[in-house]
Design a protein around this ligand. Structure first.
Ligand SMILES: C[S@@+](CC[C@H](N)C(=O)[O-])C[C@H]1O[C@@H](n2cnc3c(N)ncnc32)[C@H](O)[C@@H]1O
Length: 378
């Protein structure tokens, strides 16, 4: 189990007054309040329900819509379990559902507050998912920061969604409203798979636009994949992303589990395994899988941010949780970038920390003896 992130309430000023919105402290929800404000100010009439937000980081849209007296019918689609929890903390009558449960033509008016930290391909994927959930003639409101590429995305969207029918600006943000008229859009240009040689074996790795390092295998990932412990037993890939470490760790003497809190990561890891004829238990969870399982080896490349800003809190919680589910003689094999401190992230939890390899500013560590460090928990 991972320590729960605290829930925080924030007040957001909207045209009709202010509203209170809850979200987890480790979620980037407040980053998109200006987009919410622009939406509520710029629309000159109520959108037709049901509403939809894809890439929802909290229930702000529902709370704002209620305050404005809009019809109380909508859906929030978060991308990971942290965002899902933030949405659930504030949701009323609307439904919170994962992206793969969104049906075609399920909404009438879709909102995307562009999560620019996912990068250009990630935001485009979110917009396409929102457009697919609209019927022909449905409206899609795209909002984003002028300095973060929203205008170039706007130029690319008409062939994918349909014509631009409205626009507004404010607080350095832009609102573009598209009418869905394209029923059969061209596929997103994206390298959905990459080939990679790791430790002498050739792998096909599936990619997803909303995941970490979506266009290539990150050098720190590759470094960890090339420096795995030489032992069998129960292995856990904690924060599996596209599944590259899960695939690299596969071996006949190993029982493999992969876990991630991102819906897309779990699906992509399963595809990576299938593409290579491999098997593992792939689980959607926050932190280690639920239950009392202990692992002989845990692999982890901890996140350095969830939203746009560097935040070592999520990495610290993940590593603490890893320590709690290691077998007594188990090992955490972790890679840290130069932005992540082994002193802060590893030393509070492990007595034996050995550097194993380093390259491109990243370092792989072997961490053992979790039990003895427990008294130093912070
Ligand atoms: C730096 S990425 C590494 C991904 C993959 N292992 C790789 O090396 O390409 C960190 C991963 O941890 C996942 N993650 C972050 N916080 C998590 C949490 N609390 N529980 C489960 N997974 C988490 C993210 O979704 C992301 O896939």
């Amino acid at each position: 189990m991972i320590d729960a992130a605290a829930l925080k309430w924030r007040r957001v000023r909207l045209p009709g007054g202010s509203v209170a919105i809850p979200s987890r402290a480790d979620q980037p929800a407040g980053e998109l309040d200006q987009e919410l404000r622009l939406l509520m100010r710029a629309l000159d009439r109520q959108p037709q329900a049901p509403l939809l937000e894809v890439g929802a980081w909290d229930a702000g849209l529902e709370i704002a819509a209620n305050a404005a007296g809009w019809p109380d019918d909508g859906m929030l689609v978060p991308l990971n379990m942290g965002a899902l929890e933030s949405c659930q903390a504030g949701v009323g009558a609307w439904t919170v559902l994962p992206p793969d449960e969104l049906l075609p033509a399920e909404a009438t008016f879709a909102v995307v507050r562009a999560p620019h930290w996912l990068g250009r391909a990630g935001v485009e994927w979110v917009v396409r998912a929102a457009a697919r959930a609209l019927p022909h003639g449905g409206l899609l409101a795209l909002l984003g920061d002028r300095a973060r590429g929203i205008e170039s995305l706007r130029r690319r969207l008409p062939p994918v969604v349909g014509p631009l029918v409205d626009r507004a600006a404010g607080e350095h943000r832009r609102l573009y409203v598209f009418k869905r008229q394209v029923d059969d859009p061209p596929p997103q240009e994206f390298p959905w798979t990459v080939g990679r040689r790791i430790a002498g074996r050739e792998f096909t790795v599936c990619q997803h636009p909303t995941l970490f390092s979506p266009m290539r295998i990150d050098p720190a990932t590759a470094l960890l994949a090339e420096n795995l412990p030489d032992r069998g037993g129960r292995w856990l890939d904690l924060g599996c992303g596209s599944g590259v470490l899960t695939a690299a760790a596969s071996g006949s003497d190993r029982e493999l589990t992969a876990v991630d809190w991102s819906f897309a990561a779990v699906e992509t890891t399963r595809r990576t395994l299938t593409a290579n004829g491999l098997r593992a238990d792939v689980i959607l969870a926050e932190g280690p899988p639920p239950g009392e399982q202990r692992f002989d080896v845990i692999l982890c490349y901890p996140p350095f941010h969830v939203g746009p800003r560097v935040d070592h809190g999520p990495a610290a919680r993940l590593i603490r949780a890893a320590r709690g589910c290691l077998a007594p003689d188990g090992e955490l094999r972790v890679v840290l970038t130069s932005a992540q401190s082994p002193r802060d992230l590893l030393q509070p939890h492990f007595r034996e920390i050995t550097p194993v390899a380093g390259a491109h500013g990243a370092q792989v560590f072997s961490c053992r003896q979790p039990g003895t460090a427990r008294g130093r928990r912070r």
